[in-house]
Write a protein that binds this ligand. Structure first.
Ligand code: HAM
Length: 419
């Protein structure tokens, strides 16, 4: 194959959303933003790229996302920029930059868009992926934890992605629980360093919490009997965690306590949670989140306790099947003859202006071809126009699922379809 003949391919690990799958995709995005706005979360759009510092300081210099997965580049002015690997640090950066925290608290924001991490691609794991998420910033009340978790659960249910909720508290580094626990965990791991998988041994001195995330059999074996953070929570973190659980029970939200749940980003404090779906293989987390009470200060702002989540739309689409993959059409207009073609365009436009979904044949196919197209289109009705019928001011209206047909006055088509 010569160079000119080569067809370009999208970069490795990208997930292109083509029709008919894309119909479901926009529907899921709309459903998410709608669910979030009905709970009072206002949309925010932050840039796709940020100063690298935002993530280095926000997500954590030692986190895998920052050390291994970021798309970082120098622009022509020599500034170090990074394609956003996640949305929480940029949201806090925007709040601080624009002083949103000087208004009423908590600030409740929602977002939907592409994110970038240079991970090894596999089923459900992409280098460009799409998240929808919310952040509630400026309150440390357990009420907010419960609200946020409920909104995520409700969206996933509405999206048809059956999932389980895993819940944990990872304490707080500034209160007397996380640091004490890390010492205990490090002692446990140091005594068993040789039993850990080789690639996990460095974590013992660095961030020993990360060893809970290991996919290595040897490490998983060691972690089974490791001390867990929930047995080391200070009184304040314990109370917060108990309150969150009581509120979730009050709302009828089922959850499983998972004391080994640690999250991949370093800003988390206290509540941590993940939504796990069936049938997705290794990449089965359709979403995750938690409190990040110290992130604002890490970015140079005042204390602003906060909590949020992000859900991976690529995975949700995989987990929620192929329902409703068609254009939202009420009507497909079929035309036989020259005059009818013009009338079809006029009628389709009239239907669209009235807010209905309508489409038509644009290449003057045979009647059979157009009827096939009408059936494929997913429309409920076909309106059939012939030159002679138009003379009489009439059209044939066919209900596509039943095959029932009736003759109606052209002027009444809109009203009849709307019914
Ligand atoms: P995260 O757990 O890194 O959290 O990502 C959230 C979700 O995004 C994951 O559960 C997964 O569904 C999806 N996701 C992440 N990476 C990929 C990938 N490479 N391919 C496909 N899907 C992916 C965060 O990003 C936090 N900012 C969430 C948060 C908001 N915490 C507090 N507020």
């Amino acid at each position: 194959m010569g160079d000119e003949a080569r067809v370009f391919r999208a970069p490795k690990g990208t997930n292109e959303i083509l029709p008919p799958r894309s119909w479901r995709w926009v529907e899921l995005t709309r459903l998410a933003l709608d669910t979030f706005s009905r709970a009072g979360y206002a949309p925010i759009e932050t840039p796709i790229f940020e100063h690298t510092e935002v993530f280095a300081r926000g997500v954590g210099e030692a986190s895998e996302v920052v050390t291994k997965q970021m798309y970082t580049f120098a622009d022509k002015g020599g500034r170090s920029l990074t394609l956003r690997p996640e949305g929480t640090a940029p949201t806090i950066r925007a709040i601080l930059e624009h002083g949103l925290h000087r208004g009423a608290l908590p600030i409740k924001l929602s977002y939907a868009g592409p994110f970038f991490r240079q991970e090894r691609p596999q089923k459900g794991r992409f280098r460009q992926f799409f998240q929808v998420g919310i952040e509630a910033v400026g309150s440390d009340s357990a009420l907010v934890d419960a609200e946020v978790i409920e909104v995520g659960s409700r969206f996933l249910e509405a999206a048809g992605a059956r999932s389980r909720l895993l819940l944990n508290s990872i304490g707080h580094p500034d209160l007397n629980c996380r640091d004490g626990y890390i010492v205990t965990l490090r002692e446990y791991l140091t005594a068993r360093r040789d039993a850990l998988a080789e690639e996990d041994r460095d974590r013992v001195d660095g961030n020993p919490l990360r060893t809970f995330d290991s996919k290595e059999e040897k490490t998983i074996g060691v972690m089974r009997d490791a001390p867990v953070i929930t047995e080391h929570l200070c009184d304040a973190c314990r109370k917060h965690f108990d309150d969150v659980q009581a509120l979730l029970r009050e709302l009828g939200i089922e959850f499983t306590l998972e004391p080994r749940l640690v999250r991949g980003l370093d800003y988390y404090t206290r509540t941590a949670f993940e939504y796990i779906a069936e049938g997705l293989g290794a990449q089965n987390a359709v979403g995750g989140g938690g409190r990040y009470d110290g992130l604002s200060e890490a970015l140079g702002g005042p204390p602003l306790p906060a909590i949020g989540f992000a859900l991976g739309l690529d995975r949700i689409a995989l987990a929620s099947g192929n329902a409703d993959e068609a254009a939202p059409l009420d009507c497909y207009v079929v035309a036989m003859g020259e005059r009818a073609a013009t009338e079809a365009l006029r009628l389709t436009t009239e239907l669209r202006r009235a807010g209905l979904g309508a489409d038509l044949d644009l290449v003057q196919r045979s009647l059979k071809g157009q009827m096939k197209d009408a059936a494929r289109s997913g429309a409920r009705w076909a309106v059939i126009l012939g030159d002679q019928e138009i003379e009489r001011g009439e059209a044939t209206l066919k209900q596509l699922h039943s095959g029932e047909q009736e003759s109606v006055a052209l002027a009444d088509v809109l009203e009849r379809v709307r019914q």
